[in-house]
Ligand binder design. Sequence first.
Ligand code: FMN
Length: 328
Amino acid sequence: MANLSTRFFGLDLKSPIIAGSSSLTAKVDQIEKIAKAGAGAVVLKSLFEEEIHLQFEAELNSPNELAPDPEYFDYFDYVIKEESLKRYLQLITDAKKVADIPVVASVNCTTSTEWVQFARKIEEAGADALELNLFIVPSNENRSHTANEHFYFDTVQKVLQVVHIPVSVKISHYFSNLAKVVSELSQTGIAGITLFNRFYSPDIDIDAEDLVTSEILSSGNEYLLPLRWTGILSPKSACPLAGTTGVLTAETAIKFLLAGANAVQVASVIYEKGPGVIEKFNTAISQWMDQKGYQTIDEFKGKLSLKTKEIDAWERVQFMNYFGGFSY
Ligand SMILES: Cc1cc2nc3c(=O)[nH]c(=O)nc-3n(C[C@H](O)[C@H](O)[C@H](O)COP(=O)(O)O)c2cc1C
């Protein structure tokens, strides 16, 4: 049987299949099943700063005759934060009790100050690593790309200063120079970079002529975007990469490893098929390795990355030369 061990989050993992952060990983019974199915690690549901602010605003706006006087705002803000954090720390403690694999906490920052405190407490609660779920939607035309990028580096630097557990980041592809940002981020001391978070995306209903929610779960070929960037960025990154979005089959997981990822993070396929799918992925990867004569992941990891393939194969974006004669 092939050896599936790999490294990500600065930790030794027994499998490259990581259960990514989702509402499933906020439930202790699901976390236990994920661990039993052979996942390399589990990333807990993110603790969202925005959610805490929204809850605070909802309480302020509630038609309650005991609604707080403005001078109590700070107090209520403090209580809500403390309660959210307490619940999250309890999740870490409970997850550690049922899972014999690394338990990785996840925080979503919109400001870089608050989370330093949270990161410290998360470490104290026993999380094995911390993933910063970082993103800014670059939709503000008055904010420069350097200001946006500063947020990532500033947050990482502040968190790294206060915790000893490994810290990784999960980012989006919305950067004006993704390769430069990833290369520089990878040299800050972080333990890994996950490419890319999949966001809620609005769609349009043409009958109602209104915005609607698009598919929550990944489908089809959504993996092609993070796969391309894994292939391009893995040789340029000083820390390991994990691929996520659209890893719905073991074959796709193998593609990410060949492109240079150390691991993949999966969510949609666990929603669709249950945690047992992780065991099937492990078996299929192991069988493929046996067929190919690979005993360890390191023997084929990055075999098809930009380092070994010509630039054209990964960076080509125009169809014209290859598919000029394409017809249906
Ligand atoms: C219902 C749901 C909730 C999610 N919640 C989080 C979250 O709290 N934090 C996070 O970093 N990613 C979250 N994700 C994103 C997943 O971790 C993953 O990056 C994304 O779904 C792409 O992987 P997939 O194609 O395997 O689903 C969520 C995904 C889903 C479907």
